[in-house]
Design a protein around this ligand. Structure first.
Ligand SMILES: N[C@@H](CCC(=O)N[C@@H](CS)C(=O)NCC(=O)O)C(=O)O
Length: 225
């Protein structure tokens, strides 16, 4: 399938990073349109973006819909699953076609996607900090820790450097950005040696180099931590 894809993204958005990983892993060309999550109150709240993503989040992928109309897909996991189906001949985001291996990959994916990242998202931090008046960073750190503990405990007993064994997968696409966020929230990662070893293996893979926040067109070296 050949079509123009546009990714609405922010350089250090972990969910956008997952999608960049899947795109580079599959070798699919795309154009990045940065949506700055902080500047000017946050571009995710502008009408043009809300029309693309009513939850006021990124990523959103703009694709070719029916009869040449553009369509928008939000939710990083839905986007990665769409890529898998739209580009079946490109490298898979699953370790194998075996249904159990796919389910185990999705399980790890959801530990990050549903069980961890939403509890440390920007709008949650802003609400806790500005409206509730609690230590938002401590809250986020707690839930990132719980998420990573669950991920570690759930990892299958397989040989190979990646979460699902010999093949990089969608689970790794979620884990690596979440570890980056863990560092931003100053979580002690010492108890997570196996996760750090997976991260090191991933960092050697070309897709991970291309998708890294520092390599994005909107990367800002002076952004506050
Ligand atoms: N489940 C969603 C999560 C998307 C999400 O939380 N995006 C964050 C950046 S990583 C965002 O846009 N936050 C904006 C805000 O909180 O205002 C997905 O996987 O795409």
């Amino acid at each position: 399938m050949s079509q123009e894809l546009t990714l609405y993204s922010y350089w250090r958005s972990s969910s956008s990073w997952r999608v960049r990983l899947a795109l580079h892993h599959k070798g699919v060309d795309f154009t990045t349109v940065p949506v700055h999550l902080v500047r000017d109150g946050g571009e995710q709240h502008k009408d043009a973006h809300v029309a693309r993503n009513p939850l006021r989040q990124i990523p959103t992928l703009e694709v070719q819909g029916k009869e040449g109309k553009r369509a928008y897909i939000s939710q990083s996991v839905a986007i990665m699953e769409w890529l898998e189906e739209a580009y079946p001949d490109a490298p898979s985001i699953f370790p194998s076609a075996d249904p159990l291996q796919k389910a185990l990959t999705r399980q790890l994916t959801e530990i990050i996607n549903s069980g961890t990242q939403p509890l440390q998202n920007l709008n949650v931090i802003q609400y806790l900090r500005d409206d509730v008046g609690v230590d938002a960073k401590a809250f986020c750190r707690r839930y990132i820790q719980k998420g990573l503990e669950a991920y570690l405990a759930t990892l299958p007993d397989v040989s190979g450097p990646f979460s699902m064994g010999e093949h990089v997968s969608m689970a790794d696409f979620c884990l690596v950005p979440q570890l980056y966020n863990a560092r931003r929230f100053k979580l002690d990662l010492e108890p997570f040696a196996r996760l750090l070893a997976i991260e090191s293996a991933c960092q050697e893979v070309e897709a991970f180099k291309k998708a890294h926040p520092d390599a994005q067109p909107d990367f800002d070296a002076n952004a506050p931590a």
